[in-house]
Write a protein that binds this ligand. Structure first.
Ligand code: ADP
Length: 260
């Protein structure tokens, strides 16, 4: 905290004006801590698959050198692990791109129904693999929105992917689009009928690397960064994310866009 006497042409010499430069040390410390936690987490998440790959390479060059069956199995694991690393790097790049303040694609007029249709088509394969049917509940007529196309595609991809992954096999996933009402803009809800999320975890889901149940989450491909990215993008759109869940009945993620 320091007082500076302001002098200079605009103000006139000895204008007598003082400015308080206030540095909130504790806020800066908090941001520093978050940054180093993030780097530590990211390094750990990358190291785990890398260590596994390194271990299998060693085994393949040594004891398993002439064992065709083991070789196939190990190569398969190595492929899964490289996939995991690639996803993590993609998500880290998305987050860092979003955090560069100077980067901001221009908002464009979008047709929300068509945008979500594109996402549903892209996820058809994953849905089929998980035995999930994606249902759409749309209002009549176009639902217009101004926003950044690629970012919003990423939002709905992440929400739908989670609903498919964490919802239960054979159950449906429903995407509901509602038209603007009163002063608020359109609203999109992605709902699944899976095991749901315990209340105490809900406020933390959008934190980076936060995953609810490490065991079940590990069996599902994911980085723990998806909802952090969603939150980031929605903040840039002045949109709000509401997460609701009843254990045993499923979870819903609602995006409320601002009015014009
Ligand atoms: P991940 O890459 O692990 O899917 P996310 O940030 O997208 O990361 O989600 C964080 C965690 O929130 C997930 O690991 C999972 O535990 C939980 N989660 C997200 N969506 C759902 C859902 N629809 N049902 C149950 N749990 C969910």
């Amino acid at each position: 905290e320091r007082w500076f006497r302001v002098s200079g042409a605009q103000l006139g010499r000895d204008s007598g004006l003082y400015v308080l430069v206030f540095k909130d040390q504790s806020e800066m410390r908090r941001i520093d801590r978050m940054r180093s936690d993030f780097i530590a987490n990211a390094s750990h998440e990358l190291r785990t698959p890398l260590a596994s790959i390194a271990g299998f390479v060693e085994t393949l060059r040594g004891p398993a050198r002439n064992d065709a069956k083991a070789r196939d199995q190990f190569l398969q694991i190595m492929q899964t692990q490289t996939g995991r690393m690639a996803r993590l790097i993609d998500d880290l790049l998305s987050l860092s791109r979003l955090e560069m303040k100077s980067f901001s694609a221009p908002a464009e007029p979008l047709d929300l129904k068509a945008l979500i249709d594109g996402v549903v088509d892209a996820l058809r394969h994953l849905a089929a693999e998980n035995g999930v049917e994606i249902e759409r509940d749309y209002p009549d007529g176009p639902v217009e929105l101004r926003g950044m196309r690629d970012e919003l595609i990423q939002v709905f991809e992440n929400l739908l992917e989670n609903a498919i992954k964490y919802g239960q096999d054979g159950k449906r996933v429903v995407v509901t689009v509602e038209k603007p009402q009163g002063a608020s803009g359109p609203r999109v809800t992605v709902r699944d009928f899976g095991p749901g999320i315990p209340d105490e975890h809900i406020p933390r889901l959008t934190e980076r690397f936060y995953r609810v149940d490490v065991d079940t989450s590990r069996t599902q491909k994911g980085t723990g960064l998806g909802l952090a990215i969603v939150k980031h993008i929605l903040t840039r759109h002045d949109a709000r994310l509401t997460i609701r869940s009843t254990l045993g009945e499923g979870a819903s993620f609602t995006v409320q866009f601002p009015g014009k």
